[in-house]
Design a protein around this ligand. Structure first.
Ligand SMILES: Cc1cc2nc3c(=O)[nH]c(=O)nc-3n(C[C@H](O)[C@H](O)[C@H](O)COP(=O)(O)OP(=O)(O)OC[C@H]3O[C@@H](n4cnc5c(N)ncnc54)[C@H](O)[C@@H]3O)c2cc1C
Length: 380
């Protein structure tokens, strides 16, 4: 890809201003620099070290990502609904520190400030200055009680403590002590390297989502039931982020720009993969991609409308879809045909009592959140 470049000297307007240095903004700035653009980045804490554990399907990652950014690979992860499913797709856990350093900002102008007014051609920062350039907003998503969230509570254990646990993409088995009418959560278990595993109890989507303290209790309950003994000294990872609020469009990127899959919470690989195209000014939000975004949001509504006790069965049906359909639904950001086929096929194999909830929720018809303790809202 050829991108016209200009020298980035004092007094020269940047080619590209990126607001926000999370994985998406940093990847965009890095790729802009790699293509010879004059890049300015704005973030209140540009030197902040990332601490979250990021993972992705291996086939989603762009070729330019150096192999050292990958910490561990799971060739065929397991998923459990009410029964086991082996997924024939490579899953990778990223090395967060190396990912961040590999997205080098060398050569960028770095402004430690809040972007307060962001428009496609100009940005104003809190300290008062403003810059005129092509501006991309990658400031992430803000939390709000009206937005569904994903939450998780995890511990990092030595691999031998997690011995006996297969890497688990998601495990919905009912041994975490949750009551059948509570918002459910699943176990996520991945290697961080040869010596450590992350064991995380995750609320995929909730409005409100399950709290960290409740997830901690469930994780401890579940691990006790599986014979995994914790010392209490394990490092902890807490997760909380909104699943809704992203707006697809040419001037936003990452979670802010609709790259976060509302029904799974994944966004990092999609943002890395799209960075070059965005740098080049290509239209990454074709009509097909926008409809897929809408359908994924419908998928989130369906998840929220399902009775808690039926989530394991729902995921049995999902993981029994043909691999191509699973791939399309999870990763096909621009694959409208694949996404529609996957949703249609899944709907056709669901039992009638689930179809009666998933159908209206998908169409945006309010469905009462029956059976979810503490949640009487309508999912819409
Ligand atoms: C603990 C955790 C684990 C996760 N694991 C995964 C995973 O395994 N795989 C996956 O795909 N996703 C994962 N996610 C979800 C999601 O992909 C991440 O939230 C990801 O960080 C989103 O990237 P982003 O760059 O779009 O936004 P963010 O990471 O939210 O970055 C936004 C940036 O904008 C900056 N900013 C905010 N306001 C301003 C302002 N006014 N001016 C300038 N800058 C501003 C912030 O300082 C921040 O650096 C996880 C999330 C969490 C919290």
């Amino acid at each position: 890809m050829r991108i016209p470049a200009r020298p980035h000297g004092r007094g020269v307007t940047a080619d590209l201003v990126v607001c926000g240095l999370g994985p998406a903004g940093r990847a965009l700035a890095h790729r802009g620099l790699a293509h010879g653009l004059a890049v300015t980045v704005i973030d209140p804490a540009p030197q902040r070290r990332w601490t979250a554990t990021y993972a992705a399907w291996a086939d989603e990652l762009p070729d330019w990502l150096p192999p050292e950014a990958i910490a561990a690979t799971v060739p065929r992860p397991m998923a459990w609904g009410t029964r086991a499913h082996q997924l024939d797709r490579r899953y990778v856990v990223l090395n967060t520190a190396r990912l961040q350093t590999s997205l080098s900002l060398s050569g960028a102008q770095i402004i430690a400030d809040h972007a307060v007014e962001v428009s496609p051609r100009r940005v104003t920062v809190a300290s008062g200055g403003s810059l005129a350039a092509r501006v991309i907003d990658a400031r992430g998503l803000t939390r709000s009680p009206t937005r569904a969230e994903q939450t998780a509570y995890g511990v990092i254990v030595n691999a031998e403590r997690g011995a006996g646990l297969d890497p688990l993409f998601m495990d919905w088995r009912a041994d975490n002590g949750a009551q059948p009418d509570e918002t459910p959560s699943f176990l996520y278990a991945v290697p961080l390297d040869d010596e450590r595993m992350l064991l995380e109890e995750t609320c995929l989507a909730g409005r409100p989502a399950v709290t960290g303290s409740r997830l901690r209790m469930r994780l401890h309950h579940r691990l006790r039931a599986r014979g995994v003994r914790l010392t209490g000294a394990e490092p902890v990872e807490q997760v909380r982020f909104p699943l809704q609020g992203g707006h697809p469009g040419p001037h936003r990127f990452g979670a802010a720009g609709g790259f976060l899959h509302p029904a799974t919470g994944y966004s990092v690989a999609a943002a890395l993969a799209a960075a070059d195209a965005v740098v080049a000014g290509q239209d990454v939000w074709t009509p097909a991609a926008r409809i897929v975004h809408y359908l994924r949001s419908a998928g989130l509504r369906a998840l929220l409308a399902l009775p808690p006790a039926d989530l394991p069965l729902f995921f049995d049906m999902f993981f029994e879809l043909p691999a191509a359909a699973q791939h399309a639904y999870l990763s096909g950001r621009t694959d409208l045909t694949g996404t529609v086929d996957a949703m249609r096929t899944l709907f056709s194999v669901l039992p009638w009592r689930l179809r009666r909830r998933v159908g209206p929720a998908t169409l945006g018809i309010p469905v009462p959140s029956r059976g979810r303790r503490g949640s009487a809202m309508m999912e819409q």
